[in-house]
Design a protein around this ligand. Sequence first.
Ligand code: DLL
Length: 442
Amino acid sequence: MGVATAKEVGVSPLHPKMERMPREELVGLQVKRLRETVRNVADHVPLHRARLAAAGVTADDIRSLDDLRALPFTVKADLRDTYPFGLFARPREALARVHASSGTTGKPTVVGYTARDLDTWAELMARSLAAAGARRGDVVHNAYGYGLFTGGLGAHYGAERLGATVVPMSGGATERQVALIVDFGARVLCSTPSYALAIAEVAERQGVDLRASALEIGLFGAEPWSDAMRTQIAARLGLRAVDIYGLSEIMGPGVACECECQAGLHGWEDHFLFEVIDPESGQPVPEGEPGELVITTLTKEALPMLRYRTRDITRLTTAPCDCGRTHLRILRVTGRNDDMLIIRGVNVYPSQVEAVLVGLPGIAPYYQLVVERTGALDHVTVEAEAAAEAGAGDYAKIANAVERHLKSLIGLTAMVRVVPPDTIPRSQGKAVRVRDLRPKAH
Ligand code: DLL
């Protein structure tokens, strides 16, 4: 297959100029689009209209990005409370599609798109694929779940927009995935990182060496994953493992993606405004400091979002990137506020435990954290799967070594239970990392 030239694919097939727009110009565009977004929600969404009125802000008050701070936050509960379509700024008849995520409790979160919103999404997903190194003419094997989850269709239309050949696999039937990756010559794999690992494992069992396949790039996201996991997946599949971020409430996959420099994920600032706040006080933190990511949409028609609190913990940088793109970078999302465990006063995210576990001798990269409560105290047991070569007689010794590493590297006092190979359930989408056995608050 002929390799497309740089001119043919550009840096993005769509708006290479946008990705390299000088920051001043970009900020000017954001202010203009923010004003339009505020007007859109004030005109069409009762909840936002009431909150803006209470805050005493109108669209015409938006003159610089500093005015963003006067705008009210939006939270996930706002979507639930107005279920199903109450935050939509367009009548149901104007929606081309809806997606939904099934929360653990109660009603799902429903999101909607006009035809133009879908067009923007395809463009940003294509831009993300291109930033990751995908090109027109590539075979893109898409193992994100199709359906109400935004991963499958989001990656699908982005890859089509890029001019790639899409293999719409969805998750599951892993042996078949392995065969088709090889037979169709996929250069790009899209899946969650945990499912990529499951694909690698099945291939190895079948005696198929995917490192020798045409695979070169993986776009992995939809769940937190550590650099240790990145190294594992890259080595076992023989590809460059690229981090892609997004969430349904804002759009779906393609809100931000790593470029070839892999030094953070470029957040597409012509369509979104990114802030990081202190989750307690709601105040912005200085650039580079960790906090909760807050996103405002700038071009969404059907579901515009004002200062949406993602609950994702990260850091931002506007420092220039070597790739030449001017859009800011989100440093790796370590976890969600909701997933943070407080164990004997120490805050830990499952991905931090993963970073310690994965790659340790005797341990396979499959794990779960079991959280329990005795009295007022939470404690955690880390269940880690033994590597195939570890003998059952070594489990206790390996567990001890892991316990010591967790204590010294992240300050976590946890019991480690090494379990036999194939005990931890394999993921087909987002992996379940925590089994929370604590009594429910209500
Ligand atoms: O997971 C959209 C997506 C699909 C992104 C495919 C990337 C690839 P939701 O189901 O609404 O949407 O879940 C969004 O997943 O708030 C984060 O907590 C988490 N998440 C998504 N990408 C990453 C990532 C899709 N790269 C929620 N790193 C978000 C860490 C991520 N967490």
